[in-house]
Design a protein around this ligand. Structure first.
Ligand code: UGY
Ligand code: MN
Length: 261
């Protein structure tokens, strides 16, 4: 059952999918094929696991729908695990240990390793939708991460690499205590990356609006709102915005650490 699109019963046509899975390289996961994953601690929630180490990621991404009474009070994260939650739609209270952060659409909370993330739907009986992330934190001596919460509507939009119709927002501080960041990249219709990137960092990207044609490992692939894209280390990547709406996605990126040899 494709629960996201409420598709049940017999197919109307030949079975088909836009999913592309290239383990340890890249993946496109559209909403139509998503299934529910039961995870202890999540009550009245539909949880879908997206990128994982099985796909080649060093992080785990999830889509979570909190229904009426939806919550996780058991706590998410752990001693060495940092977590991040972004509200795609709705209203929730996210807590970092005992401190509550009421979040609406565009709101987010980062919890460093050792701080427990809790979630509660507060959307007056309506569902809320979240993008959730976790990763093993890479400690370095002399630096620490800290709790961060804000809403993207308060963040500066920086012209991206000399282009005024492509903007970047950094959701977390550029401090060495942080081994990752979350960003939102937004392209006006017709805008694109300035070049095809090839870099060691990985991304897990959720498309928030619009549509694009995206280059993943030199294949041009149509993508649109609701799609999830995993980009592994070194995968060539770039996109054009197509259609009438701004093409925008939230994505994680590891940073501020050397690599082991
Ligand atoms: O920050 C980034 O690496 C970003 N520009 N990558 C991407 O959009 N695929
Ligand atoms: Mn990139």
């Amino acid at each position: 059952m494709g629960y996201f699109t409420n598709q049940i019963g017999y197919p109307q046509d030949l079975l088909a999918s836009r999913s592309i899975i290239k383990r340890k390289n890249y993946a496109l996961i559209p909403p139509e094929g998503l299934v529910r994953n039961v995870i202890p601690g999540f009550e009245n929630c539909d949880v879908t696991i997206l990128a994982t180490p099985k796909l080649g990621a060093t992080f785990v991404d999830y889509l979570v729908t909190l229904h009426d009474g939806g919550r996780n009070q058991q706590g998410f994260g752990g001693e060495n695990v940092e977590t991040f939650v972004y509200v795609i739609d709705g209203k929730v209270t996210a807590s970092a240990d005992s401190t509550d952060y009421p979040l609406t659409s565009g709101g987010y909370l980062y919890c460093p390793a050792g701080v427990t993330l809790r979630l509660e739907n507060t959307n007056g009986g309506q569902a809320s939708q979240l993008f959730l992330y976790k990763r093993t934190y890479q400690r370095i001596k002399g630096y620490e991460a800290h709790v961060v919460s804000d809403n993207v509507k308060n963040l500066e939009k920086i012209h991206y690499e000399g282009m005024s119709d492509v903007t970047l927002q950094d959701l977390l501080p550029k401090e060495l205590g942080f081994d990752m960041n979350m960003h939102i990249l937004s392209f006006k219709p017709g805008a694109s990356h300035g070049y095809v990137e090839t870099h060691v960092q990985e991304h897990g990207a959720y498309v928030l609006s619009g549509a694009g044609v995206y280059n993943l490992d030199n294949e041009w692939i149509p993508v649109k709102k609701g799609d999830y894209i995993f980009m592994g280390a070194y995968v060539p990547q770039a996109g054009y915005a197509v259609g009438k709406d701004e093409f925008s996605y939230i994505y994680s990126k590891d940073c501020n650490r050397d690599v082991d040899c």
